[in-house]
Design a protein around this ligand. Structure first.
Ligand code: NOJ
Ligand code: CA
Length: 709
């Protein structure tokens, strides 16, 4: 007790002065070990700049713990910290705090592209040094307390003797409480991150991906995730005791979790915290915990919308390959068909046209065919060089596609040539793909043996980094599907522009069940906290599986596969789901049939000066406003779940002056099941003093452009 009191006294003194403060202990000069654990500091803490979020780090019985509270109410109760290794003592027992320092930081930095131009990084940092007598090793923990959450990581210096480390277990816990409400998807299941969200008490989680989002009884929302996932394995959350989630690192094929050499800095473990659900969405926590831009000028990457030969394959109008068995199929990636899409993109000011199935290797079962993909050889009916020229001449570009089906050695062996080919042809954005069950990323090791890795395992994280860095050297941006989750690395590598990493639109083409009315309101408060998503919006035919078959023999999917949105909700996705590249998925004919509604897609930008989540509840609804980075216009989007909902939109987010509101909202009958196409399109002049009222239909929405007059 005496010890705790003296520490408190020390902390009070420390908090008066805001600069670096250290409490050096009576350390032995050779090891840095405290003379005895009884002399250790036992409890140190740090508060966020506004004093609301508090972190405590403490030792009990030689074990290290932390806890986080908001306004004095626990968010993460007493939770263990530590790591275990192969062949050496873990940092898990006989530990003592040997010192600490606290610093304050306040800065602003500019994004290259993003939800907002200027990001503010304001936090208080606590750096705690620890010694483990059993491991005879010193290490430290760095905590950063922001007003919108907390991040912390382990920092372990290279050990003398053997600098190689193999982590077997990260002991970090998140004690969220048993009955805390949670929204989560399962991890380590075949479909990677592509699941519908579960909404359960926390003790029903078995193992979840992050971000996983929670709401306490007092209404505080928080979400657990990680930042700067590099040179490590992805963290899932595994329930070890009721209400206690432990960091579960994706295993490597050799049975360890992480292998590295030299100094170890783990990714940041992050906890977004907000009084309301929208506060989670308005946070820049994950970006602030990443390193600044390492690529310098990436102005060659142009945010924007893109069309593509893509939806046609998902709804069975066309095929990726040329043959299936002995039968010739309806190949989508032909020169003529691509020209039609290039014309369409050029007419509408889109930055590019994605063409999938252009390269050899897609015939027959491409899911299991990863080893035969060529990334430089086109099918004979696709003239890449001519199409790239044709597109550039019209002011747009081809967008590249590299589906690997999870065979990453085959891809890496061709990577340089593949990027060269695209660079020479003016391709500046490449979509990659890793269609393979989780745990089935195939790599060939140095001995020629096939090893199988997880999509968020260390090998695959290294692979993504290799592709992103090499692509940057060629002036190419990357958009992976079946990716590893986003952890804010877009700040450091701003050519890593988007990714899938959730159930996207494709499930509405062939999924039973499709994504469902609550999926987007779930995504916004979970998946979207990690970073941009290539959701692939803009379906104008909401029931594609009910059409007669396009090509004899290709058939149609189950008619339950459909877009369970109203048309206005589909438009709202361009505002509500952030990505600097947004697909416009449907055919030119579908858009030609609804030019009035299509106008919103033509107008909406994909790069923002500022973004504000205004209202919403997890899985129920959300209203987001964003200001265009390149004009004085604002945009707003709203989506609701299967509940019809009245939304009052207070326009005080607008700047001074007059705007013309160009409104695309659900009509009076709109309902995703009975009248999905009922949309009301109108114009009205407004100022920031006005309030607009809308009734959203079931699974409906609105999309509004506020054009500055
Ligand atoms: C899955 C991706 O999510 C989808 O967009 C793509 O069309 C297919 N893989 C084929 O690469
Ligand atoms: Ca996918």
């Amino acid at each position: 007790m005496r010890c705790i009191l003296s520490v408190c006294l020390a902390l009070c003194l420390v908090s008066v002065c805001t600069n670096v403060n250290s409490q050096a202990r009576d350390d032995r000069p050779d090891t840095g070990a405290p003379g005895s654990l009884a002399e250790s500091l036992e409890r140190v803490s740090v508060d966020s700049p506004n004093g609301k979020n508090s972190v405590e780090v403490f030792v009990e019985n030689g074990r290290l713990y932390y806890s986080i509270s908001r306004a004095g109410v626990p968010v993460i109760s007493q939770s263990r910290l530590g790591l275990r290794f192969l062949g050496r003592h873990g940092l898990d027992s006989h530990m003592g705090i040997t010192g600490y320092s606290r610093t304050s930081h306040r800065s602003e930095w500019e994004t290259v592209w993003g939800e907002r131009r200027t990001v503010s990084d304001h936090h208080n940092q606590l750096h705690v040094t620890i010694y483990s007598r059993s491991a005879k090793a010193a290490f430290s923990l760095r905590f950063r307390a922001f007003d919108d959450g907390v991040g912390f990581r382990y920092e372990i210096p290279a050990q003398d003797g053997s600098p190689d480390v193999a982590i077997m277990d990260e002991l970090t816990e998140f004690n969220v409480g048993v009955k805390t409400e949670s929204w989560w998807i399962p991890s380590r299941m075949f479909n990677r991150y592509e699941y519908l969200y579960n909404n359960t008490p926390a003790d029903a989680i078995h193992q979840a991906h992050t971000p996983a989002t929670f709401r306490n009884g007092d209404g505080v929302h928080f979400s657990i995730h990680e930042a700067a996932l590099i040179n490590y394995s992805g963290m899932s959350l595994k329930q070890t005791r009721p209400g206690v989630l432990e960091a579960e690192l994706a295993p490597r094929s050799d049975g360890t979790r992480v292998r590295l050499s030299g100094e170890l800095k783990t990714p940041w473990r992050t906890i977004h915290i907000a009084d309301k659900a929208v506060g989670l969405v308005n946070s820049d926590l994950v970006l602030n915990l990443n390193e600044p831009n390492k690529l310098g000028d990436v102005s060659w990457f142009e945010p924007g919308k893109y069309a593509g030969i893509w939806w046609d394959m998902h709804v069975l109008n066309r095929t990726w390959g040329q043959v299936q068995g002995n039968v010739t199929t309806a190949h989508g990636a032909t020169t003529d068909y691509a020209k039609k899409y290039i014309d369409f993109a050029a007419e509408n000011g889109f930055v590019g046209v994605l063409v999938e199935g252009w390269n050899t290797g897609w015939d027959n079962d491409w899911f299991s065919n990863g080893d035969v993909f060529s990334f430089t050889e086109s099918y004979d009916d696709f003239d890449l060089v001519e199409l790239a020229r044709y597109a550039r001449e019209r002011g747009t570009r081809l967008i590249g596609h590299h589906e690997t089906s999870g065979s990453i050695t085959n891809y890496e062996n061709q990577l340089e040539d593949a990027l060269d080919l695209y660079e020479q042809n003016g391709v500046r954005l490449v979509k990659t793909g890793y269609v393979a069950d989780d745990g089935n990323i195939k790599r060939i090791d140095h001995d020629g043996i096939a090893r199988y890795e997880y999509h968020d395992g260390q090998h695959q994280i290294d692979h993504h980094m290799k592709v992103v860095r090499r692509a940057a050297e060629h002036g190419i941006a990357i958009n992976p599907h079946e990716p590893v989750k986003a952890t804010g690395l877009r700040r450091t590598y701003p050519n890593w522009v988007s990714r899938e990493g959730a159930r996207g639109q494709e499930f509405n083409a062939w999924g039973v069940p499709p994504n469902g009315p609550d999926h987007v309101p779930n995504l916004v408060f979970t998946r979207m906290l990690s970073g941009p998503m290539d959701y692939t919006a803009g379906a104008f035919n909401l029931r594609p599986s009910e059409q007669p078959e396009a090509v004899a023999g290709l058939g149609r999917h189950d008619t339950r596969s459909r877009i369970e949105h109203t048309l206005a909700k589909e438009l709202a996705l361009y505002v509500v789901i952030y990505s600097p590249i947004q697909m416009v998925i449907d055919s030119p004919e579908e858009y030609a049939g609804r030019p009035d509604a299509f106008q919103f897609i033509r107008d909406v930008p994909t790069d923002w000066e500022h973004s504000l989540a205004l209202q919403g509840e997890v899985g129920e609804f959300v209203v987001i406003a964003r200001k265009d980075r390149n004009s004085a216009d604002w945009y707003a989007g709203a989506v609701t779940d299967e509940q019809a909902r009245a939304i009052k939109l207070d326009l005080s987010f607008l700047d001074e002056g007059q705007y013309e509101a160009q409104i695309y909202c659900d009509g009076a009958q709109a309902d995703y099941e009975t009248a999905p196409y009922d949309i009301l399109i109108k114009r009205q002049n407004v100022t920031r003093a006005d309030t607009l009222n809308y009734n959203l239909g079931r699974s409906g929405g609105f999309a509004i452009r506020f054009k500055k007059l």
